[in-house]
Design a protein around this ligand. Sequence first.
Ligand SMILES: Nc1nc2c(ncn2[C@@H]2O[C@H](COP(=O)(O)OP(=O)(O)OP(=O)(O)O)[C@@H](O)[C@H]2O)c(=O)[nH]1
Ligand SMILES: [Mg+2]
Length: 416
Amino acid sequence: MKEFVISEVKAETAVLVGLVTPDQDEAKTKEYLDELEFLADTAGAVTVKRFTQKVPAPNQTTYVGKGKLDEIKQYILAEEEAEREIGMVIFDDELSARQIRNIENELKVKILDRTSLILDIFAMRAQTASAKTQVELAQYRYMLPRLQRLWTHLERQGGGSGSGGGKGSVGLRGPGETQLEMDRRIILNRMSLLKQRLAEIDKQKSTQRKNRGRLIRVALVGYTNVGKSTLMNLMAKSEVFAENKLFATLDTTVRKVVIENLPFLLADTVGFIRKLPTDLVDSFKSTLDEVREADLLLHVVDISHPDFEEQINVVNNTLKDLGCADKPSMIIFNKIDAYTWVDKEPDDLTPPTKENITLDELKRTWMAKLNDNCLFISARNKTNIDELRDVLYKQVRELHVQKYPYNDFLYPTADV
Ligand SMILES: Nc1nc2c(ncn2[C@@H]2O[C@H](COP(=O)(O)OP(=O)(O)OP(=O)(O)O)[C@@H](O)[C@H]2O)c(=O)[nH]1
Ligand SMILES: [Mg+2]
């Protein structure tokens, strides 16, 4: 099925396009595009230019308006003239089949949107059978409503030979079935196969989870790149892959951690991100089972990120979608070493902004807001990790006693 791969981002140059709308002001759009640039970078593409347009709503046929599309086209042509080929144009929102087709006709370069870019990254990162299956399923889900567009695309490129249908497709075609219909059928079959395979993997995994014994399960959750894996490595003395790229972790890792006499399980999970279609979240259902079945969630936040408050909301909403909103949880503000603020001059009487808040003030505000149910740490510098261990010990112990009142290993050394 190689023929159906929508895009493979290589070390190429990218142009980003975003909209400023009534629900998304200029500052927000800049933040979104910063994140999109980080995503592009993670996929190996270098961003060379951004275009934004202020509109009441996205254009149904071309996402941006006609004039803006032309401006982008002129830019691409000028770059090509100067022998700086533009590899792709990436749009910050999910595009419809129709939008992609129209934009592609106009710009004549590879068109990606936020979703297909994230899917590319997931495909690059998937390691285990389960992650690979989930990503492939998600790719087909994305592709299916856009098949038409793939076809016109391939026909144009392949001189109308229609050779994209896969080897040995002759004879497979049912009576009166068009190539497009046949491809739909092949994809749907493949999808149901993948779903079956996932169901089997899920069954195995759930048996594995049951066999893990009577231990409290704690899951690290949070936005992508906040430091979940770094914290996991620190707590579990494990070596989970962590790096300054988005979606470094796709597969859940579970480790046994012991604090004093108390063993429990700690899981590292895939990070969340904005504008992730629910379909895609659905595809990662088995990865997220670990979150769903956890007894305690440690919601890790990167406090040094200018958007951390919105990231908290995104994570909370995703948790709600997963039916985990009411689970016991605690916020771990990470990267306090990297938190910066701008001191206000004593004679500056303008009201303080977000940038003027000191770490201490921020701590006070959030501790009040969360009833002290939070901690401030630096996983990198190992600051306040002992405190985290203490709090975890207390919480896990309490949960343990509630859930497994007859487990006696807790008591011999218990502090009576
Ligand atoms: N300054 C600073 N950087 C940190 C800290 N903790 C982690 N990092 C860095 O943040 C980046 C992301 O860390 P990861 O542990 O991979 O983050 P993650 O949440 O697992 O990310 P995903 O798996 O991509 O969702 C890495 O470059 C870490 O070195 C910290 O306390 N301070
Ligand atoms: Mg990670």
